[in-house]
Every structure is written in structure tokens, then in C-alpha cells.
Ligand binder design. Structure first.
Ligand code: PHE
Length: 344
């Protein structure tokens, strides 16, 4: 093959090769294949010395033209690939609310929200209303109407955050008991889930923001036996197995008698760990019969109406169910933690 033709061929090959590149990083190696130190065109240029003056003129000229043309291809290709990259970046940054997301990035419900929905279903199936109440409460609803008088020492246990206008971030969902008594006509059954706040030292089992579900049943001749039955149904449905429980006397000004229903710690199986404060038991369900003063605040005659109430701690329940050893994960926005629940 004569050299001129060879040079032509090299150019054709270069055109095809540069056309086919898809990454900018491939440009330099391709350029070297043709006009680098060991490139095919360079190889021909090296042979020029052995040619006659006449041939040198013609072939040298051609080789120079092709070298320049290949350099042109390099510039063109670089431009094409850079534009393509910019275009791809623009496309990837377009936010289209209707476009389906790749499954890994799909959001999911927080484990607390999920368990709250499950609990709502369990109670709705037993004929309970689901109620809501404000997170910023009055002192009256959070304390006074629940039988915590102004200087009551039990207020100490529920220190909270106050607003300038003397309202407060509710310390429990129990203020919704007061609202329910005023709103609903007895006999009634209700639950009220919600976020609550306390001025707490934060550790593995205490948060300043956590979640409860309040429950209240008001009717005639409601007894502790009725209360225990409902609590039992709830635990069986939630844990889907027998749960070891113990009942202790517990003090809350708005119930009399009051109890603490503890469950055996699922995280350590009762051996003792940081979640159960090394006791093997976790306080899960404080409960009791509604104090007559609370009924009176709600406008009911305590000689006619009776009832029970309970306050379920949702964070602890989720911790028991999934063996989570630290309550601080819930508000941490830690995706590695949250993603574990998005498919459950
Ligand atoms: N509100 C109480 C608390 O948060 C719990 C409770 C609710 C106790 C209902 C008895 C009855 O500590």
C-alpha cells in the first residue's frame, strides 16, 4: 500500500474512532493511538527520511494535514462529550414530582408512625374514637383539670418547656382526656395519639420529645377488670405472642387507683440492659381508674360515671418490638436507621 493511502486510512480510522467515544477520559489515549509518540501517523512521519525529496514533499504535506485534522477531531470530540455531560447533569437535576423514584430513594413511614397507625386500627376495631389535641397546651388542660393543683409535687416529674404567654408544651397526651370529657357524650371510648415533651436529660431511654397514645373509657360500672382486659388485648395484638407483664401500684393524680403495667424487656430478655435500666422490666402502660375530680372537671357526675385511662409510650413499644437499644435514633434523621423500616 502506498504511504499516501495509508495516511488516508489512518484519518478514516481516526474519524470512526473519535465518533464512537462516549467518555472524555477516552480522548487522550485515542489521540495517542494516532499522533502520540507511538501513534500510527507518527510511525509514518518517522519513515519520511528514507524518501526522495519529491515524495517527502507530497507525503509530508499530507501527513501534516492529517495530523492537524486529527487534532481538530480531538477538539471537536472534547466539545461534544462535555456538552453531553452537562446535558446529563441538567437532566439528573430536574425535579419532576410525577416521575417515579428509584426504589432505594423511596421514602417510608417512620416506625413510630407505623405503630401508631396499627394501634389506631386495633382500637378502632374495638369501637374507640381516635382524637387529637394541641401540642401547645394550657396549664389547665395539662395539669389543673387532671388534679395536679398549682403546687402539686407531681408537677416536678413532668417539667416542660413554657411559652411566653404561660402555655406549655404538653408533657403527656392526658390533657386530651379533659377535652374528650367535654366534647363527647358518655358512655364513650377514645384514644388520642400524639407527640409530647419533657425537660429531660437525654440518654438511651429518655428523650425530650417522644410519643404516647392516651386511652380513655367512660361508662357506668367500669372496673379494673375491664381495663386489664383491654390492655391484654392490646399487647397480644401488638406483639403477636404472650408477653410477660407485671402490675405495680403507680401514682398519677388523675387516676385512683393507679398502676404501672410493665413488660419484660424484649431487648435483653429480662436479663437487664441500658433500655430497662438493668431491671429486666420496662414501664410501658401506666393506667388506672379515672379520678372523680377529673370527671367533675369534665362536667360529669362521678356518682354516675366511672372509667379507666391509660397512657401508652410509643417509643418504648417500638424499641421492644424491634430490639432497638437507644431512643435517640428516633429523632436523629439517620437514614441508615430509618431505611430499615421503610420496607416493613
Ligand atoms: N400521662 C401519664 C404520663 O405520661 C400516663 C398515664 C396516662 C397514667 C393515663 C395513667 C393514666 O406519665
Amino acid at each position: 500500500m502506498n504511504l499516501l493511502q495509508e495516511i488516508e486510512n489512518i484519518y478514516k480510522q481516526a474519524q470512526i474512532k473519535f465518533q464512537s467515544l462516549i467518555r472524555e477520559s477516552e480522548i487522550d489515549p485515542t489521540k495517542n493511538e494516532f499522533i502520540g509518540k507511538k501513534g500510527s501517523l507518527t510511525h509514518i512521519l518517522k519513515q519520511l527520511g528514507s524518501l526522495s525529496v519529491e515524495e517527502k514533499k507530497i507525503i509530508g504535506k499530507k501527513a501534516n494535514e492529517v495530523q492537524q485534522a486529527i487534532e481538530g477531531l480531538v477538539i471537536e470530540t472534547r466539545k461534544r462529550l462535555q456538552e453531553k455531560e452537562i446535558q446529563a447533569q441538567i437532566e439528573s437535576e430536574i425535579f419532576d414530582a410525577l416521575r417515579p423514584t428509584p426504589s432505594k430513594l423511596q421514602g417510608g413511614l417512620h416506625p413510630i408512625t407505623k405503630i401508631q397507625m396499627e394501634i389506631e386500627d386495633i382500637f378502632v376495631s374495638m369501637g374507640f374514637h381516635v382524637m387529637d389535641g394541641p401540642e401547645i397546651e394550657t396549664d389547665y388542660h395539662n395539669f389543673e383539670a387532671l388534679n395536679f393543683s398549682e403546687d402539686h409535687p407531681a408537677r416536678e416529674m413532668q417539667d416542660t418547656f413554657y411559652t411566653d404567654d404561660k402555655n406549655l408544651l404538653r408533657t403527656h397526651t392526658s390533657p386530651i382526656q379533659v377535652r374528650a370529657l367535654k366534647l363527647l357524650t358518655p358512655p364513650f371510648k377514645m384514644i388520642a395519639p400524639g407527640r409530647v415533651f419533657r425537660y429531660e436529660e437525654i440518654d438511651a431511654s429518655h428523650e425530650n420529645t417522644f410519643n404516647q397514645v392516651e386511652g380513655m373509657v367512660v361508662g357506668e360500672d367500669i372496673s379494673i377488670a375491664n381495663m386489664l382486659y383491654v390492655m391484654q388485648q392490646l399487647l397480644i395484638k401488638i406483639f403477636d405472642k404472650e408477653v410477660n407483664v407485671r402490675l405495680r401500684p403507680g401514682y398519677f393524680p388523675f387516676v385512683e387507683p393507679g398502676f404501672e403495667l410493665d413488660i419484660q424487656c424484649f431487648v435483653c430478655g429480662g436479663k437487664g440492659c441500658s433500655v430497662c435500666k438493668h431491671s429486666g422490666w420496662v414501664e410501658l402502660l401506666p393506667c388506672g381508674l379515672i379520678h372523680p375530680n377529673v370527671l367533675k372537671h369534665g362536667g360529669l357526675n362521678p356518682n354516675q360515671w366511672t372509667g379507666f385511662a391509660f397512657g401508652l409510650g410509643l417509643d418504648r413499644l417500638v424499641m421492644m418490638r424491634y430490639g432497638i437499644h437507644d431512643i435517640r435514633y428516633f429523632n436523629s434523621s439517620n437514614l441508615r436507621f430509618l431505611e430499615q423500616f421503610s420496607q416493613i
